[in-house]
Design a protein around this ligand. Structure first.
Ligand SMILES: C[S@@+](CC[C@H](N)C(=O)[O-])C[C@H]1O[C@@H](n2cnc3c(N)ncnc32)[C@H](O)[C@@H]1O
Length: 483
């Protein structure tokens, strides 16, 4: 059976999103002038969080207007992404009395999203440890959680413990094994002392995380679906599958002046001598070499888009005023579990036999319908006529008897298993295509169907489509397969 990655909000989540802005108004009251200023603050913070970090001299949490922008705009969009993703994640064995830990928790976005979207977890006794360098978002996030709980499910027994501490020190303050360790939009934050590279920081986090995990423990990390976000997730993935990092000039920072490291933790030298402590549950269907490992240098990276529907009207208005509205949200993520627990979850979903769709649908010359790329134990696939299966779907596929590959990407051609065609020939377009419609190298004028070159997946949240776009391809779809 095929399983989609994202879901619609259930009635509880819809109620929670309805109450979000009224509760934020109580927690972060704003004067009319501050309300007027909010869209500009969102725009400023957006630039800072994406491109202009070095120009911001102080952390964004100490500026009341940027803090307000984070809570009213970024936190809510992050909640929307996560509340669409979490319901379909198989969390395997979670004890009735469990310890969860969220690193770089900020306004407690991940704990809030888990609470809003997972009824099974709301009924457990969860001690949620939320760590962050900044006290302001932790304090406000905890108050927001308490208010939501009071209104929607006062009988819920979750205990929120906030720790004002850097991530690496947070591990020293826990006294019980962690059942679920989460990290949201924090891998890209860099080291607070700017002394170690992103790779080294993530490596240390991963080692600490493994030592902190319970027997059936799991790790979940999410980043924006941008090239940089996916790059951070890829580092974590490489550590998990014990693949060496390839030099990546664009992302490698210069840490030549940095001290070796001033952390006191002792990392076991033989950490990788044993079998890898964790396995990937999702999104990769298997621990294969990532088909996109090199592709991110060519404008292709692993991320998933979901429709941005059913969002609070306050968020829609604020996003429009800030010029940051979107009709889809995008994320990169990695979900890992201790090996034995991972094996159980993977077997339950027969994941090893399935493919994970990783792109939007796009036309392929010579074939009917629109195709999507997917990851599979055999490598990169191009699933023909698969527009109906949304990006992120874990699906069953059928291969033709004679192996055929896409001539540009070298992906294996296949179809969805439930497709009513026995051979790829049945999907071929019978009419001959007029000579003129093939790409003209000199003029570079190419009809939409013929622009295809290699896989490319642009990962920004997508702005709303113009009426003109809605009739044809989105910009993203047009970029697909362009070199
Ligand atoms: C972009 S915010 C993400 C907040 C929240 N997880 C979310 O997804 O909305 C990143 C958070 O990481 C925190 N942070 C950055 N570096 C950190 C570190 N070394 N240790 C702990 N927290 C850190 C920041 O203070 C900030 O709250």
């Amino acid at each position: 059976m095929n399983k989609e990655l994202f879901t619609e909000f259930d009635p509880f989540a819809l109620k929670a999103f309805d109450r979000l802005y009224p509760l934020l108004a109580e927690l972060i009251p704003m004067k009319p002038s501050q309300k007027k200023e909010l869209p500009y603050a969102c725009k400023e913070l957006s630039e800072y969080l994406t491109t202009d970090r070095e120009f911001l001299s102080r952390p964004y949490w100490t500026s009341p207007r940027l803090l307000s922008a984070y809570f009213h705009y970024f936190m809510v969009w992050n909640l929307i992404r996560l509340c669409k993703l979490f319901p379909n994640l198989d969390l395997g064995t979670i004890p009735q009395k469990a310890v969860f830990m969220d690193l770089g928790s900020g306004p407690l976005t991940i704990p809030l999203a888990l609470w809003i979207s997972r009824e099974d977890l709301r009924r457990k006794d969860i001690a949620f440890i939320c760590a962050d360098l900044a006290p302001q978002p932790l304090h406000l996030g905890k108050s927001l959680f308490e208010k939501l709980r009071q209104e929607l499910m006062p009988e819920c027994t979750w205990k929120i413990q906030t720790l004002r501490t850097p991530n690496h020190k947070a591990f020293r303050q826990i006294h019980e094994p962690v059942d679920f360790l989460t990290m949201g939009n924090v891998l890209n934050e860099g080291d607070e002392k700017k002394k170690i590279s992103a790779y080294e920081q993530i490596r240390q986090l991963y080692e600490n995380a493994n030592q902190a995990l319970a027997e059936n423990g799991k790790i979940f990390a999410v980043e924006p679906g941008t090239r940089q976000g996916a790059r951070m997730i890829q580092i974590l993935r490489n550590l998990c599958v014990n693949e060496t990092e390839e030099a990546d000039e664009e992302f490698d920072e210069d840490f030549s002046d940095a001290a070796p490291h001033d952390y006191e933790d002792d990392f076991a030298d033989d950490f990788y001598a044993d079998e890898a402590p964790c396995k990937i549950i999702s999104p990769c269907p298997l621990d294969i070499k990532c088909p996109l490992a090199k592709a991110h240098k060519q404008n292709a990276w692993c991320h998933f888009n979901a429709k941005a529907d059913c969002i609070p009207k306050e968020l829609r208005e604020l996003s429009q005023k800030a010029g940051l509205d979107k009709d889809s949200v995008s994320l990169s993520y990695l979900y890992l579990a201790k090996s034995r627990e991972a094996d159980k979850i993977l077997a339950r979903h027969n994941t090893a036999e399935k493919a994970r769709i990783i792109s939007d649908a796009f036309p392929v010359p010579k074939y009917k319908g629109r195709a999507r790329y997917a990851c599979h134990k055999k490598g990169l696939l191009l699933i023909l006529d698969s527009a109906a299966a949304p990006a992120g779907t874990l699906c069953e596929v059928s291969f033709p008897q004679k192996t055929e590959r896409d001539f540009k990407s070298k992906a294996l051609l296949c179809t969805l298993k439930n497709k009513n065609c026995k051979t790829l020939k049945e999907l071929e377009i019978k009419e001959s295509v007029p000579e003129k419609s093939f790409p003209d190298k000199k003029t570079k004028k190419q009809p939409a169907q013929k622009t295809a070159k290699t896989a490319a997946y642009s990962g920004q949240d997508r702005p709303p489509r113009s009426p003109k776009q809605s009739k044809g391809q989105t910009n993203e779809e047009k970029k697909l397969r362009r070199k």
